[in-house]
Write a protein that binds this ligand. Structure first.
Ligand code: NAD
Ligand code: GLY
Length: 349
């Protein structure tokens, strides 16, 4: 005997991303703003001048990637239970990508899922992490290995918050902006080449273009069955660099910048990109003081670490390589010897 459960429902999870000053908004429900002490100290007053709710709580978790873990998730969940949040209650993620990922994940599992809104405060989270519904946390096996796809109900991107962002964090966000342009939009890349993101108007335009690019990709492939993996350009190499340096030497975006340069070298070697195109990308990264080189101590071990990547199979590594500027390919059949040859350019002699 078989019992069939017909589940082919189309659920509309569409949402708006507002890039502007946060509008004054009242939520007729219980709301918890999840943040950390640094962001709260700098900007909670401003947020509270814009947002109000039937009942409003603040949940604070420690600042830092090392706290993107189960303890912080438990802190959030405990507070929701203490305040008797129900399925109509809502969370607001107020901070960088760490807060956004954890708040989204807590929202995805609390009573099997409640709504949340993203209010990202770093450039990286405004152009990338707050958009697309990837939520999660780290564990002792690695980064972002536990999580869920859970789309926010809305995203409010207010460039005002970026005024207090340290320049290194700003650069890390620029790396993700460059990523979107190189892989999906050559006009956008030309714009980045000619403009300076430290100018307020240019920055606002770049945030808009990056968000539109990512939104377009997510709309086509929400759960990363194909195209969305292209947003990991630079990450295959970057994750190995972060891993080798114990997540301490480079910010994520900085490691991605080096990773994009390495991916471009592979794209040049395999005839996908010209040397001049690779140089143009490197120059844009250098304009924002992003690192573009890394000395690999052990090439074989660097190669083996590729296999920890979520896109790798037991035998093959998938590389995300630009196809000129504005295009992308994801080959999984690049010969090991060829990869090692490219890595040799960075080897410690
Ligand atoms: P982060 O959240 O750690 O923020 C960086 C630092 O800036 C922190 O110390 C934070 O407190 C501080 N900060 C935040 N806003 C500030 C402001 N306005 N002024 C001054 N300081 C401020 O790091 P991040 O770069 O925003 O995000 C990285 C995280 O995002 C990683 O965990 C990564 O895995 C995740 N991520 C997720 C996605 C996704 O699609 N979900 C995409 C990219 C990255
Ligand atoms: N940051 C990559 C993604 O959202 O898919």
């Amino acid at each position: 005997m078989q019992v069939n459960i017909p589940l082919k429902k189309t659920i509309d999870n569409s949402y708006d991303i507002t890039i502007d000053t946060i509008p004054e908004t009242y939520f007729d429900t219980k709301v918890a703003i999840v943040t950390n002490p640094k962001v709260a100290g700098l900007h909670l007053g401003y947020l509270l001048s814009k947002i109000s709710a039937k009942e409003l709580y603040i949940i604070t978790v420690p600042d830092g990637e090392e706290y993107k873990n189960q303890d912080s998730i438990n802190t959030i969940l405990e507070s929701l239970f203490n305040h008797r949040f129900n399925r109509k209650s809502m969370l607001i993620a107020f901070g960088g990508g760490v807060i956004g990922d954890m708040t989204g994940y807590a929202a995805s599992i609390y009573q099997r899922g409640i709504d949340f809104v993203q209010i990202p405060t770093t450039l990286l989270s405004q152009v990338d992490a707050s958009v697309g519904g990837k939520t999660g946390m780290n564990n002792s096996y690695g980064k972002n290995l536990i999580g869920a796809f859970h789309q926010p109900k809305a995203v409010y991107i207010d460039p005002y918050f970026l005024k207090t962002l340290p320049s290194r964090e700003f650069g890390a966000g620029v790396a993700e902006v460059v990523k979107m342009a190189v892989t999906f939009n050559s006009d956008f890349f030309d714009y980045l080449e000619s403009a300076d993101l430290r100018d307020e108007k240019v920055l606002q335009e770049a945030i808009k273009q990056a968000v539109q690019t990512k939104a377009g990709v997510v709309a086509q492939d929400e759960k990363e069955h194909g195209l969305r993996a292209a947003l990991n350009y630079g990450h295959t190499f970057g994750h190995v660099i972060e891993n080798e340096t114990a997540y301490k030497k480079y910010l994520h975006g900085e490691a991605v910048a080096i990773g994009m340069v390495m991916a471009n070298e592979m794209a040049v070697t395999t005839g996908r990109m010209t040397e001049n195109e690779a140089l143009r990308v490197k120059r844009v990264l250098e304009k924002y003081a992003l690192p573009t080189s890394y000395k690999i101590a052990n090439i074989e071990s660097f190669y083996e670490t590729f296999f920890l990547d979520k896109k790798s199979s037991d035998t093959n590594v998938t590389f995300i390589l630009p196809l000129h500027i504005g295009g992308v390919e994801m080959p999984d059949d690049i010969d090991r010897e060829l990869v090692l040859k490219v890595l040799q350019n960075h080897g410690v002699s």
